[in-house]
Design a protein around this ligand. Structure first.
Ligand code: CUA
Length: 206
């Protein structure tokens, strides 16, 4: 029976500890140095990597953003698809896209090679803007207006899939972006097949 009491403040008896092997010390050193590199990368990547949203980012009342979207629709509407307005803004315009359970409003008609400021926000919960089949992802957060500078460099009829679970109709939340070829006079040798944006990640401020 073990009757001896031990305070825990004293080392136990016996050869219970020996100094770390040199290889282990080296390994801990490498791991620590790498931790510091990764730690430094966080602020560095924000400024140098173009990883965080570099466009406009500000707070907005969801109702105000929705009103602005409706104004945008009224201004540039060119048609509709089963009740969803199709909106064709001029090059350089501020474009408004509202996410809500469970739709993306409106349908956007953009021109290849033209630059736009795409404003994204949500009326209710977090949604995920994911341009299919192109690899563009962005988190759409209620209360924030993200103004992304985008320049479509591929024409086509794209879908916006919601990639953030937002409720029972999440899987039906599909929007549409139509990119027309630039007018013949302004053709460029476009060889890439991706849409460039200033941002391609999820995240940002909450
Ligand atoms: Cu919206 Cu999932």
């Amino acid at each position: 029976m073990h009757t001896e009491t031990h305070t825990g403040l004293e080392s136990p008896r016996g050869n219970w500890w020996k100094p770390a092997h040199k290889a282990e010390k080296v390994w801990v050193g490498i791991a620590f140095a790498w931790c510091m590199v990764l730690f430094a990368m966080m602020p560095l990547w924000h400024w140098k990597g173009g990883q965080n949203p570099s466009g406009i980012r500000r707070r907005v009342e969801p109702t105000a953003f929705f009103a602005r979207t409706e104004e945008f629709i009224k201004q540039y509407k060119v048609g509709d698809d089963r009740g969803m307005p199709i909106v064709q803004p001029p090059a350089g315009a501020d474009v408004y896209l509202t996410a809500m359970a469970f739709q993306w409003r409106p349908i956007l008609k953009l021109q290849k090679g033209a630059q736009y400021t795409l404003h994204l926000s949500s009326l209710d919960v977090n949604h995920g803007f994911s341009l299919f089949p192109i690899n563009v992802n962005f988190q759409v957060v209620p209360g924030y207006d993200y103004g992304l500078r985008v320049r479509p460099n591929a024409s086509g009829d794209f879908r916006i899939m919601c990639n953030e679970f937002c409720g029972i109709g999440h899987h039906t939340m599909v929007g549409r972006v139509i990119v027309d070829d630039a007018p013949a006079v302004a053709t460029t040798a476009a060889t890439t097949t991706t849409v460039t944006t200033t941002v391609t990640t999820t995240g940002g401020v909450r």
